[in-house]
Ligand binder design. Structure first.
Ligand SMILES: Nc1ncnc2c1ncn2[C@@H]1O[C@H](COP(=O)(O)OP(=O)(O)O)[C@@H](O)[C@H]1O
Ligand SMILES: [Mg+2]
Length: 204
């Protein structure tokens, strides 16, 4: 069995940045957001099932999924949100399992924004890593990255687990409050630990 770390954290706390740093050190990174994106490209299984259930109104005139329209719908309609999740969640989980099977790195980092909320990935991981930063940095970074207003960022944050509850469930925490060099050195220290754990687990 492959040693797996579940990486989570609030929006804009630095999950993708941390994942890149692990990848640079030789870990395999499996990103559920990237998988969700790929599954909803024109013609992909998630896309086809969304159009089948939601209708062709959700296809843009130039082709492709109308993500803005879908986002607006699930924001205001809980049934639609559940429908979308029941299409995508099983497809994403299956793809993660396929990628794990083909993984030849010493260990894998699975990026799951809602690791503690959905619980589906907890059985796959040996270790839970939370990347955390102060709310003010989180909001500023997300606003800059995604061109969102503070109100929009806060509305996403309320759908996620409160910070303290996330931290309570962590085995490891990376504080992402300083610069990128310091973030990379936190990642390097954990990479040493995880590589050692993975070796122990790989022994017969
Ligand atoms: N320590 C840091 N210093 C400055 N900018 C950062 C730092 N960590 C992350 N960022 C930036 O903040 C934004 C959010 O980080 P990202 O890794 O995309 O978060 P997440 O994947 O958790 O939503 C990105 O634009 C990223 O480049
Ligand atoms: Mg990200």
């Amino acid at each position: 069995m492959l040693y797996c770390v579940g990486l989570t954290g609030g929006i804009g706390c630095g999950k993708s940045t941390v994942a890149q740093a692990f990848e640079a050190l030789g870990a395999a990174v499996i990103d559920t957001d990237a998988i969700a994106h790929a599954l909803t490209q024109s013609g992909a299984p998630g896309y086809l099932e969304i159009i089948r259930q939601f209708g062709s109104d959700f296809v843009l005139p130039q082709g492709g999924l109308d993500r803005a329209k879908l986002r607006a719908l699930i924001f205001s309609d809980a049934t639609a949100k559940t429908m979308l999740e029941s299409i995508l969640h099983p497809l994403i989980l299956a793809q993660v399992q396929t990628e794990l099977k083909h993984c030849d790195a010493p260990y894998a980092v699975i990026v799951v924004p809602l690791l503690f909320e959905t619980k589906s990935y907890l059985p796959l991981v040996q270790r839970k890593l939370v990347v955390d930063c102060d709310e003010s940095s989180q909001i500023a970074r997300t606003m800059a990255r995604s061109h969102l207003s503070e109100a929009e960022v806060r509305s996403i944050m309320v759908a996620q687990l409160p910070r303290q509850e996330r931290l309570q469930q962590a085995d490891d925490i990376i504080r992402n409050e300083s610069n990128l060099a310091s973030l990379r050195s936190s990642v390097a220290a954990l990479h040493e630990q995880y590589s050692a754990f993975a070796l122990t687990m790989a022994k017969p």
